[in-house]
Every structure is written in structure tokens, then in C-alpha cells.
Design a protein around this ligand. Structure first.
Ligand code: G3P
Length: 220
């Protein structure tokens, strides 16, 4: 298990986080991890995953994994291929890549078979209550309406829902995200029991991603 609090930057498919930019951004994360000793990971797109994993030693997650095994599954993201490319785990059911419950159950099992850590995303406390039964390694709570906001975050707008998800998580560590844009957001969520953070735009789109990341980490 990774050390908590865990800070994960989701590179999504932002232009600033693709190809050579992905490697540059990953190296910036590694530098901050080395300078601060904080637990920092990244979630990169499947195409860049191998190159990024070879360039850094911090944990690298995939952003999605399909419920498939070796075989005739054209176009699918194979868990074994992610593992061999250097992924430590994967996000599943991100708001931008939702899965129905049956597919999700199968994808979690396939990921586990490949020893991939599973970060299961949920949009609400109600959904979290159901998804806890699937026993992921982490639950990631992100209210979709706040994703990408630079002024409103899950911590500022919905602290009570963070507390609810933590309370019903049966000990599964809860990562929070959506609109996290200032160190205060981190402090609030930590007080409410969050074990980590999933952040994208505030770092990837920043003019100075290293400083943006350091400012968040200082709040630990
Ligand atoms: O997975 C992270 C995410 O969806 C939050 O995005 O841009 O609101 O930090 P953002």
C-alpha cells in the first residue's frame, strides 16, 4: 500500500500532459517528491504510460483499464499490458470514463488479477455506499459538477459529503478531488479524514506546475 496522504495528479488528456510534456511534468512531480518526501503519484494516458514509467520512479497509474484478458479484444486497455508498461494501478469509473456496475465489477477483478492497485471513483456518497462493497484499494470521491473549476472545490462546496464518504468507507482510504485549487482545500479535506487527493487542472494547466504542486504538498 502507498504511504498516505497520497497526492495524485491526473494528467487527463491535457495537451500540457501528453507525449514529451507528460515526461517533463512527471519529472517535475518526481523532483517535488524527492525534495519533500511526500507521497506523490501521477495518472497518465495509456499511450504515454511506458515512457513515463521508464523516466520516473514515482508511482504511475493508468486512467482507465478494461475488463479484458489476453486475447481478441481490439482497442481495449489490457490490465496485463498496463502492468508490463510499469503501471502500479489504475483509476476506474472516473466521471469522464464511467462504467456500468457489471463492467466495473469485471474490470476490478481483471485489474486485481494483474496486481494493479484499484482506485475506484465515485460521484456521490450514495454511490460510494454501493461501490464500497466492491472492495477497491482506494475510493476517489469527485462531485462531477466541480471538476475543472478554478474557484469552487469539493472541500469548499461540499465538506459534509467528504465526511459522509469517509464515514461509510469501511476503512477503505478515501481520496478526494474536483476543483481543488488552493492549499486550504487540502487542509479541510485532511481534517475530514481524507487520505489523499486527485487533482488535475490546478497543476497541469498551471504556468508553474512545480510551484502549484509544492504549494499543495506544503498543506500536508
Ligand atoms: O481526477 C481528477 C479530477 O477529475 C479533478 O479535476 O481539474 O477539478 O482538479 P480538477
Amino acid at each position: 500500500m502507498l504511504k498516505t496522504p497520497l497526492f495524485i495528479t491526473n494528467f487527463k488528456n491535457y495537451e500540457q500532459a501528453i507525449g514529451k510534456n507528460a515526461i517533463k511534468l512527471a519529472l517535475a512531480h518526481q523532483q517535488v517528491a524527492e525534495d519533500t518526501g511526500a507521497s506523490i503519484a501521477i495518472a497518465v494516458n495509456a499511450i504515454d504510460l511506458q515512457a513515463v514509467s521508464e523516466a520516473v520512479s514515482i508511482p504511475v497509474f493508468a486512467q482507465h483499464v478494461d475488463a479484458v484478458d489476453f486475447g481478441s479484444f481490439t482497442g481495449s486497455i489490457l490490465p496485463q499490458a498496463l502492468k508490463r508498461a510499469g503501471a502500479i494501478g489504475s483509476l476506474l469509473n472516473h466521471s469522464e470514463k464511467r462504467l456500468d456496475i457489471e463492467t466495473l465489477t469485471n474490470a476490478l477483478a481483471c485489474a486485481q488479477k494483474s496486481s494493479l492497485m484499484r482506485i475506484l471513483c465515485t460521484e456521490s456518497p450514495e454511490e460510494a455506499e454501493k461501490l464500497v462493497q466492491l472492495d477497491p484499494d482506494f475510493l476517489a470521491f469527485e462531485p462531477p459538477e466541480l471538476i475543472g473549476s478554478s474557484t469552487k472545490s469539493v472541500s469548499s462546496e461540499s465538506p459534509e459529503s467528504i465526511a459522509k464518504v469517509v464515514a461509510l468507507s469501511s476503512g477503505i482510504p478515501v481520496i478526494v478531488g474536483a476543483g481543488i485549487n488552493k492549499p486550504e482545500d487540502i487542509k479541510i479535506a485532511l481534517k475530514l479524514g481524507a487520505s489523499g487527493f486527485l487533482v488535475a487542472s490546478a497543476i497541469v494547466k498551471s504556468k508553474n506546475p512545480t510551484k502549484a504542486l509544492k504549494d499543495f504538498i506544503d498543506a500536508f
